[in-house]
Design a binder for this molecule. Structure first.
Ligand code: MN
Length: 374
């Protein structure tokens, strides 16, 4: 039986003409990737600076002791929306939250006017994609350099029909942290317009993603990239930003899920037992705020399922990370069956579809051809 799932974590590859509507002087400064001739690395150019990074190797993904775990495939629809929807149907994925790829380097831009104008173009394009097909949930991107620009663009993006607001996992260096009063109008306008806050995890903003060196560094740097998302979830709960706005929901994508009850416990102990440090007024315990308003997505983690079934934390959703190499393309059905065949129908449905539909009810259920349409 085909198990259908929504994805709380997917990506688009930016089309080469994405910034065609920008004046040349601005267009040339936006992030772009140039692949090396042998395909082994790419050079990212951003606003006058550049750096190199190795490209994922397409082929067999190794397990420990030489075991073959899975074949990592290049998704045919990575850069073509029609082919992409065929990929989704084949894999059993209905709707997706779709983040940028090269656009993650927008956080390196320090010119507020450049980012303001470029993101208007990106959001216009995102609204066109979303309006083509209800399955594509495209978070709006807004300035994290200037609050007035951010508020104006949230209002404009909501008017275009966008349903989510994509934020980096922290504000850039030199700008007030997201828990400061400076950003209050952003949270207010997000709640007023019904935008879901979405954060794709990454290393703490402004930090080198290659944080560790030496033995274990490759795997530990991947863990390091989860900390930004976890800190964002903790900050939004501990600061009272979510508590003051019960209608506001936050999705943290690709940082796993079992950290949510763990971090709720840590915040609760501090809030309950360290009044000499903690001066915040909250109407309920941080863990309760998280349980009502913070969601997270994972791809393969068995503990993410136990977060719902054994720990009673309800806001866990699956994600494909399509078309990225750490995602499930080519083995989505195998992964979904391994994760959910032994679970109750309620837990399985909650993680595959229910939690996503709570945030984005407009996408509706998957096609009825499936015996498991929900
Ligand atoms: Mn992802």
């Amino acid at each position: 039986m085909k198990l259908w799932a929504n994805s709380g974590d997917s990506h688009y590859n930016e089309p080469p003409d994405l910034y065609a509507a920008l004046p040349q002087e601005l267009r040339d400064r936006m992030p772009r990737s140039v692949k090396s001739e042998d395909g082994s690395y790419e050079t990212i150019y951003v606003d006058g600076t550049s750096f190199e990074r190795p490209m994922p190797r397409i082929g067999i993904v190794k397990g420990a002791k030489g075991r073959t775990l899975m074949e990592a495939l290049q998704a045919p629809g990575a850069s073509d929306w029609t082919v992409r929807r065929q990929d989704l149907d084949d894999e059993g994925i209905w709707a997706e939250v779709i983040y940028a790829s090269v656009g993650f380097w927008n956080s390196m831009i320090t010119d507020p006017a450049l980012i303001r104008e470029a993101l208007k173009v990106v959001n216009d394009w995102s609204a066109d994609v979303q309006n083509q097909n209800i399955r594509h949930v495209m978070p709006a991107q807004v300035s994290s350099l200037d609050i007035d620009d951010a508020v104006a663009e949230v209002e404009r993006a909501a008017g275009l029909g966008l349903k989510a607001l994509g934020l980096p996992p922290g504000s850039p260096k030199g700008v007030p942290d997201f828990n400061r009063d400076y950003w209050t109008p952003l949270w207010d306008v997000a709640e007023e317009t019904g935008m879901v806050l979405t954060v794709h995890t990454g290393p703490p903003v402004g930090e080198d993603p290659v944080h560790h060196h030496g033995p274990g560094a490759g795997t530990m740097n991947y863990l390091y990239a989860c900390y930004g998302g976890m800190e964002m979830g903790a900050m939004m709960a501990a600061s009272g930003i979510l508590d003051k706005r019960p209608g506001l929901k936050l999705l943290i994508s690709e940082a796993g899920a079992s950290w949510m009850p763990f971090i709720g416990d840590r915040l609760d102990e501090a809030f309950r037992q360290h009044s000499e440090f903690v001066r915040d007024e909250l109407t309920k315990m941080p863990s309760e705020i998280m349980k009502e308003q913070v969601y997270a997505s994972f791809q393969h983690d068995p503990t993410a399922v136990l977060t719902v079934s054994a720990m009673g934390y309800p806001n866990v959703m699956w994600g494909s990370d399509y078309p990225h190499i750490e995602g499930t393309f080519g083995h989505t059905q195998k992964t979904l069956h391994e994760l959910f065949d032994d679970q109750t129908p309620e837990v399985s449905y909650r993680i595959r579809q229910g939690a996503f539909l709570e945030l984005f009810p407009h996408v509706g259920p998957p096609p009825l051809e499936s015996a498991d349409a929900g």
